[in-house]
Design a protein. Structure first.
Length: 81
């Protein structure tokens, strides 16, 4: 069961990274993309928090920190505008 939660946490973090990279790939992405993207990254962070609560695994703590960094980099244009 722990292995399943590890896979779910890693996939959630990878999806968050892909969501963060999409506006960088599409340089014409408007600010309207950033709000739903930030909400999706936040929801994926909550999935990782749920996995951490279930397993108390150090990997999930690392993924939570990584997801918070991804969220900060993703919402940086919103914070600066």
């Amino acid at each position: 069961m722990t292995r399943t939660y590890n896979i779910i946490g890693i996939l959630s973090c990878l999806i968050s990274f892909i969501i963060m990279a999409l506006p960088m790939i599409w340089y014409t992405a408007s600010a309207l993309w950033f709000f739903p993207g930030a909400i999706m990254i936040l929801l994926l962070s909550l999935v990782i928090v749920f996995c951490y609560i279930k397993t108390k695994n150090q990997l999930h703590l690392l993924l939570i920190v990584l997801n918070i960094i991804i969220l900060l980099f993703f919402s940086l244009p919103l914070l600066l505008s």
